[in-house]
Write a protein that binds this ligand. Sequence first.
Ligand code: ASP
Ligand code: MG
Length: 421
Amino acid sequence: MKVFKFGGASLTGIDQIRNVAGIIRPFSGTELVVVVSAIGQTTNELEKVAIHYYRRQRETAARLLQNIKQSHLEIAEALLRDPEHAAIECMRRFFTEAEWRLGEKPYLPFDYYYDQLVSLGELLSSIIVSAYLKDEGIGNEWLDVRSVLRTDATYRDAQVDWPYSSQQMTEKVLPLLRQHGLLLTQGFIGSTAEGHTTTLGREGSDYTAALFTNMLNAESLTIWKDVEGLKNADPKLFADTISIREINYREVIEMAYYGARVIHPKTIKPLQNKKIPLYVKCFLDPELPGTVIHEGDHSRQLPPLIVLKQKQVLLTITSRDFSFITEDKISDIYDIFHGLNIHINLTQNGAISFSCCIEHDGEKIERLIKTLHRDFSVNYHEGLELLTIRHYQPELLESFTAGRTLLLEQRAPQTVQFVLK
Ligand code: ASP
Ligand code: MG
């Protein structure tokens, strides 16, 4: 049994969905779970619907939803060639439900409405793909993931109820797989015990696929992407990147931790726990070898792994009376960051100062500085970059900092980090 995940970029339109069907076809008749995200940029569009709805700009929200409806129905009608197709009826029902929702006055927190509206993207894409596969003779069963993946009620960042969901996988999903071979389901979404839809956090479909893989003890997970596999750096930011054919879980977790946006960071753990390999393959050319992420020590053969985080701010926090920054003060500082839900990317302590690098998030930073100002003086630099290099070659480091202002540097045997202007 295998699990495949197709992201939004692989489902942007008619040709892309046909291509996905072509990738799945050879596995027809085998036990395969296919997890899909929303088509193209749908999640971003649905976010806008939720925001306008919550701001009581109902007409704008309705208009944006109408656009989403139109584009989805166009794709479905072109692929399914029958406007009366049961799948299209089903999509219409989902839209009616969402439209009706927009007519209600919001009285609960934003995140709740966000999840109810934004989850539509995955429901629609999975209905289209499932119906199209069937029409193409690739038998499959559409599974509403909300009937098996239970979460708590932390909307937009729902935490999975492992025991309950695992049990559902064994009791419901496995028999379905045995019966139908191919199951088609949604990434990113889940449900509370009360039946309210939740989402697992942006880009969460990889994680859903990893959950299925773990809970069903599948032999592997394949994430189909628009890149040929993992590279040692983001090709959009660096020239001459190197493809990585094989890498271990640990390195990918480290890369994700330092900010590489290759695979959703939560994806690796469920696979690593059961030592199940993760393949990253290119949907544009399935013949390409891609990357396998698995157990094993490959760090010796790895090229330097480079991660660049842009839009960074460096804060230098000093006590007002120039006293030492002792543990109690550091603990107070961390409390403030934690309270505002601001993640620290790098820290450095001095005798009377504490420096840290964080993401630029205008509104949050203002609040942070205001709060810190009660007890500390704060200096800050914005518009910076945080560059992390693992498995670096010391003699090559200079080329990364040449001509730049180096504001902070941290070096460990495996990893070096620079804050640069
Ligand atoms: N569609 C969701 C998002 O764009 C989930 C995903 O793509 O993984 O965040
Ligand atoms: Mg997406």
